[in-house]
Design a protein around this ligand. Structure first.
Ligand SMILES: Nc1ncnc2c1ncn2[C@@H]1O[C@H](COP(=O)(O)OP(=O)(O)OP(=O)(O)O)[C@@H](O)[C@H]1O
Length: 319
């Protein structure tokens, strides 16, 4: 990975918590050459921010998450978190995958203890156990469930263990790869609520991949929209400033909800394809750069452009 990034203390003081710049990932193509899955991926995250990523299958969302986790390496680009370049995995990042990835031979409690022990090497056994039990309790795993092995737990319970394990190591950045993709709607809703409740009590930042636009609007402070691959990019960053706490039944009545939802669906059905691909005839990159979009909560501000990006009227259809 190439980087010319200045990570001196003076340079980091005013920086966002996470800076990703010029990220690209290429793989060897069948029959020779390379395929560029994504390129020119630039985004930042603030401390405590909840960011969701949406894009069609194959645009490279999981690859970006794996690079952030240190499980994969970018072909080019720089990733700086809290002033330090990310290189390799670390306990400052917690990862939750769709398929749970728990240790099959260990109980739910031991799965959480495993991470906590690695994180807090000086803690006593009792401290580690109490910390792990407290995090399992936050996701409702008590009353004996904590002693069951993954094979003895439902899918929802297993994902609760994964979430408890990720939060228990108190990472500065939590990376969630479609964590609720395999769950039924009811369980999904319950665990979404638990996730938000736990995250709200911390200053941890969350980077989450989802295919569900309603889930993204419910959870995120900002949604990154990726164009289709190959050569995918982040085309838009949509600010979700619907007040918190949010609930899935009342959020539908927020004046911005359907404008945001229509914008996201329209991106996925049309613009993700139109904006995809190569460079324009004049050599300019396409799309030119990521736009930041916020939906006006106050009609007077609609149509203007603020420091946070473009402010779009609620009634305007997506472009
Ligand atoms: N190790 C690898 N070698 C070759 N190609 C790879 C490798 N890892 C990923 N890819 C390719 O990179 C592309 C992006 O994969 P990735 O899983 O990141 O996409 P995604 O947006 O997360 O998709 P989905 O939504 O289906 O999970 C795919 O075309 C995939 O085949």
């Amino acid at each position: 990975m190439t980087t010319g990034t200045d990570t001196t203390p003076s340079a980091t003081a005013t920086r966002p918590f996470l800076e990703v710049s010029g990220l690209a990932r290429r793989f060897p193509a069948r029959g020779g050459g390379t395929v560029t899955v994504f390129e020119h991926v630039d985004f930042t995250m603030d401390r405590g921010e909840f960011v969701c990523v949406i894009g069609h299958s194959g645009c490279g969302k999981s690859t970006i998450l794996n690079i952030l986790a240190g499980l994969d390496t970018a072909s080019t680009g720089a990733l700086v978190m809290d002033g330090h370049e990310i290189s390799g995995p670390g306990l400052d990042r917690g990862v939750v995958f769709q398929n749970y990835s728990l240790l099959p031979w260990a109980s739910a409690l031991d799965n959480v203890i495993f991470g906590v022990r690695a994180r807090h090497r000086s803690w006593s056994r009792a401290q580690i156990r109490a910390h792990a039990l407290a995090h399992l309790a936050k996701v409702g795993l008590t009353g004996g469930a904590e002693h069951r092995k993954p094979s003895e737990l439902s899918g929802g319970m297993r994902q609760r263990v994964s979430i408890a394990r990720a939060f228990a190591i108190e990472p500065r950045l939590l990376l969630l790869d479609e964590p609720f993709g395999a769950l039924d709607a009811l369980t999904r809703g319950t665990i979404q609520d638990e996730l938000i409740r736990i995250w709200s009590g911390t200053d941890q930042s969350v980077f989450m991949i989802t295919h569900d636009v309603d889930e993204a609007i419910l959870l995120a402070d900002r949604i990154l929209l990726m164009t289709n691959g190959p050569r995918a990019r982040i085309a838009e960053s949509v600010v979700i400033d619907i007040p918190r706490p949010r609930a899935r039944d009342t959020i539908l009545h927020d004046p911005a909800y359907y404008a945001i939802r229509n914008h996201l669906v329209e991106f996925l059905t049309r613009r993700s394809r139109e904006l995809a691909g190569g460079d324009a005839a004049d050599g300019a990159t396409h799309p030119p750069a990521s736009r930041t979009i916020r939906f006006a909560r106050n009609p007077a501000e609609a149509g203007s452009s603020g420091p946070d990006g473009e402010i779009v009227p609620l009634i305007r259809a997506a472009r």
